[in-house]
Design a protein around this ligand. Structure first.
Ligand code: GLU
Length: 562
């Protein structure tokens, strides 16, 4: 067969050669050891939590090594593409510190544009480039057109399957598929000419002469040493509309764009044999690979399962709605990605996560477990270290978007909100009440009459009369100008008067000698003023809401108890 002739028949419009293209994509001039990484999402919807993994790793490795991190939009599947998804993706990633040096960017009008010399960075704009390499492969006898339609292929597969009855089902299927595909290998130039004359569509397949019995040793930087069988599947390079498959686009793009490390989900691991073969056919140097484990979650029965698209916590936009600050999510991801992150963080509490020396060797080989409790812990720590001004600004911004009534209250008196958020902040052991901005309303909404509600009731075993007496006593002695100690001495005096222990030591020595202790007395007052058994420091709360409101609330409680 004259392969040159075949190549011209199939790709008459392709006039450039791979050499012409290579000349436009010169090797990058980067310092020794600099890594070139990319994030290559398909714009089919929202950013998945799982997508933040490879992108964070790519970002860290590139920027830690003085390399380049770029964004490539893999939009070769028009059917699955979602309008505006690429734009949304760039914005969401930026929020989580995933900033690109190069690639698809948003221009000042919010449209996707290219930045950098290795574009276009949208695969749908690279058709001519893929065709050029495809033509070369045909010329070299490494790829061939297959005019067998999907239906014919299915039919052949079904017939072959019957003949393979002796085999188990999956074997039969695989064999049948292979036989059907191999049938497409034999054709004559005349047949091709006839098909083309009739405008029959074709796909371009690789001619895979590998022997799966033979295995090559391969080192994945995450998974370790692997043995990869040679590929014997004539997989598709170009679909019938001339658009490349993932495999082909991956090889051509990562080669031309100078990717040194391909960081992707482990679902691509089974395709590695194809990629090794393809890089070799094309004469490209194989990049280093890092296949990242999938994120798992525990289901209702405590079994591990993949965090799926529909699971809570999968969609990054949900985190915004739930009121998580991006720093918390980023830091949480670090704890999942590098087992020594937390230890480092304890010693470097005031440094951002970007100062952490990210280490490929500390990555988990099998799946990480997603856990909201852990995320909340990380988040509480981060928020507890913020200033009251910062917290006020962030809660207000979040609330104005997602809980406008609350947002408007906060915005109406910024100084008041700051005073509230300042409670228990600063110092060695700051309060850790907030995991999300959405938690703020429950935590401090009671400061505002509009959100004040008695949420907790008094424990049954207390005598109502004691509660009422406490509240009345408190009102009669309350002086707003008292300092904290005087204020507390008065609370203790109420305890003594009503037969509650004012001294905790005495109480512990013989609890049966008292009706309760001073903490119970404080709780009686706290529930009346804040509506909750658990609230920030009561003395400060009263100072902030003022005497009038304090007394009003206590009186209202007395009224409701009588
Ligand atoms: N578009 C592929 C995906 O979204 C990219 C995989 C890769 O990074 O190579 O899974």
């Amino acid at each position: 067969m004259d392969h040159n002739y075949l190549a011209e028949l199939l790709f008459p419009h392709v006039t450039e050669t791979p050499a012409d293209i290579e000349a436009k994509y010169p090797a990058r001039q980067l310092p020794e050891g600099a890594k070139v990484t990319r994030f290559a999402p398909s714009p089919t919807g929202f950013v998945h939590f799982g997508g933040l993994f490879p992108s964070t790793v790519g970002e860290r490795l590139a920027h830690q090594s003085g390399g380049v991190f770029y964004l490539r939009i893999e939009d070769t599947d028009a059917k699955r593409e979602v309008e505006g998804a690429a734009e949304g993706l760039i914005k969401t990633l930026a929020k989580y510190g995933i900033n690109f040096d190069e690639g698809a960017i948003l221009d000042e009008n919010g449209n996707i544009a290219d930045k950098g010399a290795y574009g276009p960075y949208k695969q749908s704009q690279r058709g001519q480039i893929y065709q050029t390499y495809a033509k070369q492969l045909v010329r070299e006898g490494k790829a061939y057109p297959c005019f067998t339609t999907e239906e014919e292929l299915d039919e052949l597969q079904a017939i072959n399957k019957k003949e393979e009855i002796k085999n188990t089902d999956w074997q039969a299927e695989a064999e049948a598929k292979k036989a059907a595909m191999l049938a497409g290998r034999s054709f004559t130039i005349e047949e091709v000419e006839e098909h083309l004359k009739q405008n029959h569509p074709f796909v371009l397949r690789i001619l895979a002469l590998g022997d799966p019995e033979k295995k090559t040793k391969f080192t994945d930087l995450v998974k370790g040493n692997l043995e990869v069988p040679e590929n014997d599947e004539d997989f598709v390079l170009l679909k019938s509309d001339g658009i490349p498959t993932y495999h082909f686009a991956h090889a051509v793009d990562d080669h031309l764009m100078g990717t040194t490390h391909v960081i992707r989900g482990e679902e691509w691991l089974p395709s590695l044999a194809k990629h090794i073969q393809l890089f070799s056919y094309l004469g490209f140097r194989l990049p280093k690979y890092m296949h990242i484990a999938q994120i798992m979650k525990l289901d209702e029965n405590g079994n591990k399962k993949k965090l799926s698209k529909r699971d809570m916590g999968a969609n990054m936009d949900d985190y915004t709605r739930m009121g998580y600050c991006p720093e918390a999510v980023c830091e949480y991801i670090m704890t999942l990605l590098n087992s020594n992150y937390e230890e480092w963080h304890m010693q470097n509490a005031d440094k951002p996560y970007t100062a952490f020396p990210f280490n490929i060797k500390k990555m988990s080989v099998s799946g990480c477990l997603f856990d909201f409790n852990k995320l909340n812990d990380v988040s509480k720590n981060i928020i507890s270290r913020m200033t009251a001004e910062e917290v006020t600004a962030k809660v207000t911004e979040w609330a104005l978007e997602f809980d406008s009534e609350f947002g408007r209250e906060l915005a109406a008196d910024k100084a008041f909100a700051e005073k509230i958020f300042a409670i228990g902040r600063g110092g060695k052991k700051p309060r850790k009440d907030l995991a999300t901005w959405a938690d703020a309303k429950d935590y401090m909404g009671f400061f505002y009459d509009r959100f004040f509600k008695i949420k907790d009731s008094y424990p049954e075993h207390f005598d109502k009369a004691d509660i009422v007496s406490t509240l009345k006593e408190f009102i009669s002695t309350y002086d707003e100008s008292d300092d904290m100690n005087t204020w507390f001495d008065k609370v203790k005096a109420i305890a003594d008067k009503l037969g509650f222990a004012s001294d905790m030591k005495a109480y512990k020595a013989d609890p049966s000698a008292f009706k309760g202790n001073v903490a119970d007395i404080s709780m009686f007052i706290r529930v009346a003023v804040t509506g909750k058994q658990n609230a920030p420091d009561l003395y400060t709360v009263m100072q902030i809401i003022g005497k009038k409101k304090t007394i009003e609330r206590i009186e209202r409680m007395i009224g409701s108890l009588n």
